[in-house]
Design a protein around this ligand. Sequence first.
Ligand code: ADP
Length: 451
Amino acid sequence: MFKKILIANRGEIALRVLRACREMGIQTVAVHSTADASAMHVRFADESVCIGPPQVGESYLNKLSILAAAEITGAEAIHPGYGFLSENADFCQMVEEHGFAFIGPTPDHIRLMGDKIVAKDTAKKLGIPCVPGTDGPVASDEEALAAAEEIGWPVLIKAVSGGGGRGMTVVHDRSQLLDALRMARGEAKAGFGDDRVYIEKFLAAPRHIEVQVLCDTHGQVLHLGERDCSLQRRHQKVVEEAPSPVLDAGDREKLGLLVAKAMEKFGYRGVGTLEFLYENGQFYFIEMNTRLQVEHPVTELITDTDLVREQIRVAAGEKLAFSQSDVRFRGHAIECRITAENPKTLAPSPGRVTGYHAPGGPGVRMDSALYAGYTVPPYYDSLIGKLIVHDVDRPTCLRRLERALAECVVEGVDTNLPLLRTVIGTSAFRNGQYDTGWLGKFIADWEPPVV
Ligand code: ADP
């Protein structure tokens, strides 16, 4: 097993990885920008290295600084967390070429699932059903029109290099397509430095259902069930739960086996997530994330596993300690993403957290790097915490979540806590009847309570 791991991330996920290392007796190296000098992950790590100024391009995305930090501290492995360099195949390759272990898949696996077009092609070859759409980027207006007619309206123009819910444009009919295409290309170029776009069928009211996989390097391939991430805003996840309220045991088994078989063929290693849209009883693959997901704790709670520990063990070449038949699904878990932003306008709300109280008690887990007196920097993602609750079934889990959200106090910055408290009380959420477009419509008519 590794003696020392460098964690190439910040915030709650850096802390999450650090906690797993501590429990495994592994020394930790934190890296940080100058803006994060007093962050929790820096305070708790055994060693820390400042890797640059606040801007991510010069710090958390600075491959050479991170490798130098690993070199000078004598780390043997690098955990990339999520976001930043976690799905950067070149970084993964550099890490390995410099003699460190990358806690994640191989560079080739990342490349084959990296951009969305290659991923769909890879998925098709592995026998996974995809959203109907063009096989590659559309080269001309004529090709786009012909493809959209064949797919059927409405269609979605997607940026090949899009991510984080950005780079998607819905087009309802033929008359709008060419203007939308021009705009989408321009936005893709500006946002991702790549103007390639492709077209796929726009599903009107799907659920987002994803499957967690875990594979070692000795041929063991497991699926750990699904997560339902249909409560989204602007195509970004807000609340995630497991199991999905709309799948039965038969569907779960069928989807899990399909995915596990595909991953066996793919020869995957480590943790990964295959994301699907689910509509009218059909699953359509949209992408694979070749890393740990933000919402991994809901799976940990219902399967009683520690995904980060397993990830580290796999990277060290160890065998998984359990097989598919040992995986049991127990109870229900729900995660709420707590963000520092105006819940209505989504305007970021950086600043000093003057008061903080984390909820606790039975079945409650708060993954957060917040503390009273912490200043939320303006440079990074607005996620400041994840509240995850677990209980025997969905109705009791909802009551526990309501109780835990009521206990949660974050003062000094705006947060989405008022929205979360309202949403979980709606009949649509209580009955599990929501699709990926529901929350956006709900918020349009919602006013935050005046405090
Ligand atoms: P990103 O990489 O930006 O997160 P994804 O491809 O994972 O993009 O999609 C994010 C979300 O966008 C999905 O969960 C879903 O809500 C919506 N979406 C993506 N593709 C489609 C589609 N073909 N039809 C309807 N909604 C879609």
